[in-house]
Ligand binder design. Structure first.
Ligand SMILES: [Zn+2]
Length: 223
């Protein structure tokens, strides 16, 4: 799937309107002015803002430029002013290996995107996660993205979601990972209890070791 940067994202239905960033392919090539690659500092910012992927059920897509790696899932960037950008997890590979420069609209707000302000987007994610009748894929996405807001409302909603057996069976590890983002907060004293579902515990235990590389692998990899 290929989109011009900052056009409307239409790959799959989403809870919020989003703009596409980093959906590179052969038709438009490496957008964003290859020849002006990211500086080391910019690349570190991009990686810091690209730590959790959602929509992992959509499958792997190979890099159309080198064919050496393939990526699964998408990163969401919650920018100031209510804008959401979404990129394939390959965005880091494109920036590192192919000189891709994401648009300034994203680059200049990456640090804010790692800790967005509480707003209607966060409220919507909470209501979707808490709604047992909502689309299961959206609920999993909400469980991943809510970890961005260090806010008690997000924590309480994630905590309550642990009582939803269907959701925990599918996404217990994502719920566990998200909960660890609140470690150290005064209200998050009940983290990592022994009684948690094994998947939730797995997510809690592995949370600190996860980064973007988990979602990008060599094409020759098994499985
Ligand atoms: Zn490549």
């Amino acid at each position: 799937m290929e989109f011009l940067d900052l056009t409307a994202y239409t790959y799959s239905e989403s809870m919020l309107p989003m703009r596409a960033v980093g959906w590179l392919g052969r038709e438009h090539g490496v957008q964003g002015g290859a020849g002006m690659p990211l500086t080391g500092a910019e690349l570190r910012l991009l990686k810091a803002a690209s730590s959790r992927a959602r929509r992992l059920m959509l499958g792997f897509h190979p890099c159309e430029f080198c064919g050496a790696v393939e990526g699964n899932g998408e990163f969401g960037y919650y920018l100031p002013g209510g804008v959401v950008h979404t990129a394939p997890t390959m965005i880091v590979h494109y920036a590192e290996q192919h000189g891709y420069r994401p648009p300034a609209a994203l680059l200049s707000h990456l640090s804010e995107a790692t800790r967005p302000q509480w707003d209607r987007r966060a409220e919507l994610l909470c209501s979707v996660l808490a709604d047992a009748s909502a689309d299961l894929g959206w609920r999993v996405d909400a469980a991943v993205d809510l970890a961005l807001w260090t806010d008690r409302r997000a924590y309480d909603t994630l905590r309550s979601a642990l009582r939803d057996e269907e959701l925990v069976d599918v996404a217990g590890n994502e719920l566990g990972r998200s909960l660890t983002a609140f470690a150290g907060q005064p209200y998050a004293t009940d983290l990592g209890a022994d009684g948690e579902h094994p998947l939730v515990r797995f997510g809690i235990e592995r949370a600190s070791t996860v980064d973007y590389r988990e979602f990008v692998r060599p094409v020759s990899a098994e499985g």
